[in-house]
Design a protein around this ligand. Structure first.
Ligand SMILES: [Zn+2]
Length: 294
């Protein structure tokens, strides 16, 4: 059984770089049957931005790559922008902690404006560094994470979280944090989820599972909501460090080949979970149907 032509095939988290494969990677994704990408911004230069203006330049670079992909392929690209949580660690020694916080807070507000103007669909990645650090930085990270959730609450968008791998207690703690600032937990996405946790232990947070072979086999039996991602890094210096952008459409095609019940499971990460988190369903435009589809 082939992939039905009305089924969107979505990678929920990737990065593309102007100095990497960029549009070529998107072509591989499309050729394998992919239709929609959630493209997260990233640091493109040697250092993270050190002013709100430089963050704006970074977001514009992400937007330019997204437009390039949409012009060269039939793939639709959703932009996700925010200052990367680890940036604080590099910025604090350079600017001083107070100024680093001021810059990042300004960049969070800028990201909120992008959502309000319809240029981005979510704030991401927000959260905290996934490694241990000194107390002052940890406290500042937590405050900026809360601020990010406040901005996302104000503009009414999802938040895509970068943090350590979470167990049931970790999911609960994060849900509590969101509730304290009034952020709707069902719009909180744990990006780069590497371990399967039963739905009832996720405290309402939506995991975006890494599309590795073993984890995918498990999560395809999960009733959701859950999302699926490669976290493709598009870094030519680290080939093979992450899953290729063609991974999700290839896995989806294998699933579809195994029968109609399995095929229904794909509607969770490609349609229903996206609708419950983002409030829209990716639609496959017939005129721009990727090659290789019936
Ligand atoms: Zn990422």
């Amino acid at each position: 059984m082939a992939l039905p032509h009305d089924l969107p095939v979505v990678d929920h988290h990737c990065h593309l770089s102007p100095t990497g494969d960029g549009i070529e990677a998107a072509r591989r994704f499309e050729k394998a049957g992919g239709t929609h990408l959630f493209l997260a911004t990233q640091q493109y230069g040697e250092h993270p931005p050190s002013s709100v203006g430089e963050y704006e330049g970074q977001f514009e670079a992400t937007d330019a790559i997204a437009r390039g992909v949409e012009q060269a392929t039939g793939v639709r690209v959703y932009r996700v922008v925010a200052p990367y949580p680890v940036d604080l660690i590099t910025l604090a020694p350079r600017l001083g902690l107070a100024e680093a916080r001021r810059v990042i807070e300004g960049a969070l507000e800028l990201a909120g404006r992008w959502v309000r103007e319809g240029r981005a669909v979510a704030l991401g990645e927000v959260g905290r560094p996934h490694f241990a650090m000194e107390q002052a930085l940890r406290d500042a990270s937590e405050e900026l994470f809360r601020r990010a959730l406040e901005v996302a609450t104000d503009v009414g968008c999802p938040a895509v979280v970068h943090c350590e791998d979470l167990d049931a207690a970790g999911y609960q703690a994060m849900a509590d944090l969101a509730s304290r600032v009034g952020f709707p937990v069902h719009r909180l996405v744990k990006h780069y989820a590497r371990s399967w946790i039963p739905p009832e232990e996720r405290a309402g947070i939506v995991p975006s599972f890494l599309a590795s072979r073993d984890l995918s086999a498990r999560v395809l039996l999960d009733n959701g909501p859950w999302l699926w991602e490669t976290d493709y890094l598009d870094d030519p210096k680290r080939p093979g460090a992450v899953l290729d952008l063609a991974t999700i459409p290839r896995r989806a095609a294998q699933v579809a080949a195994s029968g109609s019940a399995a095929l229904e499971a794909l509607r969770i990460p490609f349609e229903t979970a996206i609708r419950s988190v983002y409030g829209f369903t990716p639609a496959v435009d017939d005129r721009r149907r990727p090659s290789g589809r019936p």
